[in-house]
Design a protein around this ligand. Structure first.
Ligand code: ADP
Length: 290
């Protein structure tokens, strides 16, 4: 199972360049697409899901050109968009049964079996008679995954799924996605570095429509090992440091700014080395391509 994205570009009618020559190679497991808001993640997800056309480029899933055979891809696709509406006065079970009919599961017994299985798998079985309007954020996301899994997809696309989840809901959701990733290609878009760190076997960082990096999280961290330094400084000195160094982050610690810089050699000047993490990879990639 593999998805090959080749030289995808998209400029919207209003002139916004959303994708610039994006190429990615994605195989089984959870692939993290990490980037700030406006980076082009949703545009890429919608294009892969065949919901919109690129200007140029190609997408192949298991060797088949998906832009030329949209119906085929749709049969293997599960998609959880960033925002999806639920009918608040319908129960989870009723809506899933209805959606299963729309997806072509016409045999009543089979439909019931599939829906029961998905309600169990998403841990919603006990709540199946409850109206969706009363669901928490995490339950709604799990319901979203249940509907995306109705067709037993080979490719599952989830767009910013953890936004709005509390930490325990997020953990449960991580575990659940990891299980799915064992026999499915899962693409997860997020602006939360933690999501990728916890979950993804492979990742890409995207900004301003361009792929800045594609690697395993482990390799990406190893590649910047020994180049990240930190120092606590006075607030008024920030702009001076920004002129002199590649400042990749600037955070307050106990009310005082602590700056993180990238430097290929020992910077001296009171900086001390920091153990690099995925957050440093992310901020460095973005800073290096500004
Ligand atoms: P992300 O999902 O990373 O936040 P998007 O793909 O939603 O990024 O957006 C990428 C860029 O394209 C942004 O500048 C956004 O404002 C713009 N954009 C998204 N959808 C449209 C659209 N339908 N028409 C015009 N511009 C759009």
């Amino acid at each position: 199972m593999e998805l090959r994205i080749q030289n995808l570009s998209k400029t919207y009618a209003n002139g916004t360049v959303a994708l610039q020559n994006v190429s990615l190679h994605i195989s089984k497991g959870i692939f993290g697409l990490l980037g700030p808001n406006g980076a082009g993640k949703s545009t890429l997800m919608r294009t892969i899901a065949t919901l919109q056309e690129p200007d140029t480029g190609n997408i192949f899933f298991d060797g088949e050109n998906t832009l030329e055979n949209k119906q085929n891809l749709r049969k293997s696709l599960g998609y959880l968009p960033q925002q999806f509406g639920v009918y608040p006065r319908i129960s989870a079970e009723t809506l899933l049964l209805h959606l299963a009919t729309l997806k072509g599961i016409t045999n009543k017994k089979e439909r019931k079996n599939v829906v029961d299985y998905l309600l169990h798998r998403t841990n919603l079985y006990a709540k199946r008679k409850q109206n969706l309007g009363g669901f928490s954020g995490g339950m709604k996301q799990r319901f979203g995954i249940a509907q995306a899994l109705l067709t037993n997809p080979k490719l599952l696309i989830v767009d910013e799924p953890t936004a709005g989840l509390d930490p325990s809901e997020r953990n449960r959701f991580y575990n659940f996605l990891s299980e799915i990733g064992q026999d499915t290609v899962v693409i997860l878009s997020t602006h939360i570095v933690e999501d990728v760190k916890e979950l993804c076997t492979n990742m890409a960082i995207i900004n301003q429509g361009k792929v800045l990096l594609q690697d395993t999280p482990k390799n990406a961290i190893a590649n910047i090992h020994g180049t990240i330094f930190q120092k606590s400084i006075a607030k008024e000195d920030i702009s001076e440091y920004q002129k002199k160094y590649t400042v990749i982050a600037n955070k307050l610690f106990l009310g005082k700014p602590v700056i993180t810089i990238y430097s290929s050699s020992e910077p001296g000047n009171g900086f001390h080395p920091k153990t690099a993490g995925l957050e440093d990879v992310y901020f460095y990639s973005i800073a290096a391509h500004q």
